[in-house]
Design a binder for this molecule. Structure first.
Ligand code: SAH
Ligand code: TMP
Ligand code: ZN
Length: 404
């Protein structure tokens, strides 16, 4: 299936398919199984501009709506991370007179609540009304809209130019990146900075963390692809910061072209990406083979444990786990249930695979023999909490293994 690159319109073709996939955060009741929506989850690499992208993505309203179940503040580590981000933004604002900070995808206000508390003029843009409501209760100015070029123009007209535009784990969600970049160019003050962070392509390839590929992640960015996509709209990549969050992310800092000197990190990372082969089609063929080996390894391990009568419970009903459960064909006879702390997910079933999601208390009350670490990106935080779990952990990133 040939389609056009979402950025540069060169013809692209998927290098693999994960098969029919449901909406990753579409936790559902048994009465909804018959109407469940599926799409073809297939990534393609554009040789023209270097962008890794999904050829198909569900409509935004199927993913982001009034019952979006992801509340960023629920993770203690992510809350601390975003408090740090808020501190950095305050410093950047320090020199400006009446600074104005815009956050795209502000969710429950996990970052902006700190700027609100510091009395900094700000605006959160968050289309999922339920999480936006939580942010408003925390004192964060929030509008429930999808950010794009038209909306950016409205914000600029009403509030004036933005000193800082911040976005975390959302830039890679928005299919019309050209419209987003044009909007940022319009809204960003002449000396303003755009900072965004998303799961990093280099980390995904290095770790075979194929579960970064799901409906919301229409792009998996690299420094190369980000520099190229934003340069089309007069924005220049001026700094890069590798982050440990979400299993390996990158923060990109951009400014209007020519306004700031790019840091040494920019040239260094671009060079590393070239050496890692991120621009070569062969890299994605090896990635596909590594995904297939990971899938086969996990399935045979779980089948073996089932044969031996051992209990396996999933830990964390993450969006990423939807790709794993469906691609690997996991079912409740292999994974009894998934324990998760999010009230909105509990009592429902996982998308596609229909594994029951139950409160963490059910895990704690009757420990299984094995915990399948779906929330592997939160491993440090989880291991700190689960010191009395005497069973073993199953990991599948960077390789399938059982650990104490
Ligand atoms: N920034 C938080 C939340 C990330 S989840 C964090 O890093 O943890 C992504 C959020 O972006 C969701 O709350 C979703 O509703 C929102 N979102 C999706 N598309 C958007 C768009 N076009 N404009 C603004 N926000 C969007
Ligand atoms: P994420 O990987 O998309 O951030 O989602 C994390 C999910 O894992 C979310 O549903 C909450 C859940 N979770 C737990 O159940 N227990 C935990 O200790 C942590 C950190 C997350
Ligand atoms: Zn392209």
């Amino acid at each position: 299936m040939t389609t056009a690159c979402r950025i540069c319109e060169a013809p692209i073709e998927p290098f693999m398919s994960f098969g029919p996939m449901p909406v990753a955060n579409g936790f559902l009741g048994a009465d909804q199984f018959a109407d469940e929506y599926f799409f073809e989850l297939a990534p393609a690499f554009c040789g023209g501009c270097g962008m890794l992208q999904l050829v198909e993505q569900p409509d935004a309203r199927r993913m982001f709506h009034g019952s979006y179940p992801f509340y960023a503040s629920l993770s203690r580590h992510m809350s601390a991370h975003f408090e740090g981000v808020a501190g950095e933004i305050r410093e950047i604002c320090g020199g400006a007179d009446d600074p104005f900070v815009v956050e795209i995808g502000s969710n429950d206000g996990v970052m902006l609540r700190h700027l609100a508390a510091a009395g900094i003029r700000h605006l959160g843009i968050e289309p999922s009304e339920n999480v936006a409501a939580v942010a408003r209760e925390a004192g964060v100015e929030t509008v429930s809209e999808f950010f794009d070029e038209d909306f950016a123009a409205r914000v600029a007209d009403e509030h004036g130019p933005a000193t800082v535009i911040s976005a975390a784990n959302v830039m890679c969600h928005i299919p019309d990146l050209n419209s987003v970049a044009a909007g940022i160019r319009r809204l960003l003050a002449p000396d303003g900075v755009l900072r965004f962070e998303d799961p990093y392509l280099g980390a995904m390839i290095a770790k075979t963390s194929y579960d970064q590929i799901y409906d919301e992640h229409v792009f998996i960015f690299s420094a190369t692809s980000v520099a190229s996509a934003f340069a089309r709209h007069g924005l220049e990549l001026i700094d890069l910061t590798p982050l440990a969050t979400h299993g390996g992310s990158m923060r990109y800092t951009l400014a209007h072209a020519g306004r700031a000197q790019p840091s040494a990190a920019v040239a260094r990372v671009l060079e590393e990406e070239s050496r890692a082969g991120l621009g070569r089609a062969a890299t994605y063929d090896s990635f596909r083979a590594a995904c297939e080996a990971s899938r086969d390894g996990l399935r045979s391990l779980l089948e073996e444990l089932r044969g031996a009568g051992r209990r396996v419970v999933g830990y964390g009903a993450t969006s990423k786990s939807t790709t794993v459960a469906n691609y690997c064909g996991l079912s409740p006879d292999l994974v009894e249930f998934i324990a998760d702390t999010t009230p909105d997910k509990q009592g429902k079933f996982s998308p596609g695979a229909h594994i029951p999601v139950r409160p963490h208390a059910d895990f704690a009350a009757d420990h299984p023999d094995f915990a399948l670490l779906f929330a592997w990106n939160h491993e440090a935080e989880i291991r700190e909490k689960e010191t009395d779990f005497a069973g073993r952990w199953i990991r599948y990133v960077p390789r399938v293994e059982v650990v104490a």
